[in-house]
Design a protein around this ligand. Structure first.
Ligand code: HEM
Length: 348
């Protein structure tokens, strides 16, 4: 992994600074229940949700190590590649459909499709969990996706559900957009999932934490913005301006979204400052919740958002410098202190 952007270097330095800065740790985002800590099994009210505390810890601790690591990045992408195979037109035709059913980890072959390349490690890591905890693959996969968003500082709490039945069939092929597809084709595909352009433009911001390996292997590990460790809106502005940075890779589809007449308006809503960051986090959370339910009967599921750890709010961990026209940069010492404060039980 490259540590070439400023945030990478500074984050490493911050590990050494941490002990002197813990007193300045960020204020944590309160969940709806007003609690600021990581909910324990005793905090969880709904008996259906209590067993999910152990599954949360297996994913957030043993797999993500409490951080926005490569497996967490991959888990966010995986939640799209599982759910994004859903099709309203296939449903209307009564044909075999995809959706947020976990077939990507339960089926032995789906991961071998070209479009799923790069997610082998997260699929392998999650595959034993449904049997170990006697739950469905869909629930495990989509909990991993919502936990991964939180593992990345700035990532919001996404409402999280359990109770998906075992998958019925493998996801149909050819449903996940390719980055070289024309924008109208990609927009049509999102519409066919039941995802609006506005929701799609919120979801695409998850590339804020992403890296590419296979679009151009010569630039493997290049990131999609200059701050891949944090869940911020820099991705939107940097991509739209097509800023020049030797370590950042622009996906053709992301560049297209930022300028195409079908998507530009909704894309541009997330180019801005810290207040925009909050708008985006809120819209992203709603869109990701919807994505995690595609093809599922939501009324038959149980909401277990109460098991989720608190998010780290970027507002509290920025430096006092303006950073020019964009958001003030995140202070690496405060960032590390906030991670330590919120994730100490999982950090290894
Ligand atoms: C038009 C739709 C999309 C296209 C064309 C697209 C394309 C891509 C590509 C080409 C990569 C790099 C894969 C590699 O070479 O390793 C990638 C990574 C990623 N994508 Fe997307 N994506 C789309 C939508 C989404 C959505 C809706 C989400 C989630 C909500 C998402 C989350 C991610 C994440 C988190 C990564 C980084 C994975 C990692 O670092 O391991 N993408 N995407």
């Amino acid at each position: 992994m490259k540590f070439s952007t400023p945030i990478h270097t500074l984050t490493l330095v911050a590990v050494y600074l941490f002990s002197s800065t813990i007193a300045n740790a960020a204020t944590l985002e309160k969940r709806d229940d007003g609690d600021e800590g990581i909910p324990t099994i005793n905090d969880v009210q709904n008996p259906v949700c209590k067993p999910w505390v152990a599954i949360r810890d297996a994913i957030m601790g043993d797999i993500f190590h409490g951080r926005c690591n490569d497996l967490a990045r991959s888990a966010i992408r995986m939640s799209f590649h599982d759910a994004g195979t859903f099709s309203l037109s296939l449903e209307a035709a009564g044909k075999t459909n995809g959706g947020a059913d976990g077939s990507l980890i339960a089926d032995p072959n789906e991961i071998n499709r070209d479009e799923n390349n790069g997610m082998q490690a997260i699929v392998e890591a999650l595959r034993p969990l449904p049997q170990k905890f006697n739950v469905s693959a869909g629930d495990v996969l989509h909990l991993a996706g919502t936990l991964a968003v939180l593992a990345c500082p700035g990532g919001p709490v996404v409402n999280t559900y359990v109770g998906r039945p075992p998958f019925k069939n493998v996801n149909p092929t050819g449903m996940i957009p390719d980055t070289h597809d024309p924008i109208p084709k990609i927009v049509d595909r999102f519409n066919d999932m039941g995802i609006s352009v506005r929701e799609a433009m919120a979801l695409i911001g998850s590339h804020t934490c992403g890296k590419q390996q296979f679009v151009d292997p010569a630039f493997a590990n290049d990131t999609f913005d200059t701050t891949p460790e944090i869940w911020d809106i820099r991705f939107y502005g940097e991509t739209q301006r097509n800023d020049s940075d030797p370590n950042v890779f622009r996906l053709p589809s992301d560049l297209g979204f930022s300028h195409n007449s079908l998507t530009q308006k909704d894309y541009s809503r997330f180019v801005g400052s810290l207040s925009t960051q909050e708008d985006w986090a809120r819209e992203y959370a709603k869109a990701h919740e919807k994505m995690s339910l595609l093809g599922q009967d939501a009324d038959s599921l149980t909401e277990c958002t109460e098991i989720m750890p608190p998010s780290i709010h970027l507002r509290d961990i920025t430096t006092t410098h303006s950073g020019g026209a964009v958001d003030p940069p995140v202070d690496p010492a405060k960032l590390e202190a906030a991670i330590q404060q919120t994730r100490s039980i999982w950090l290894q």
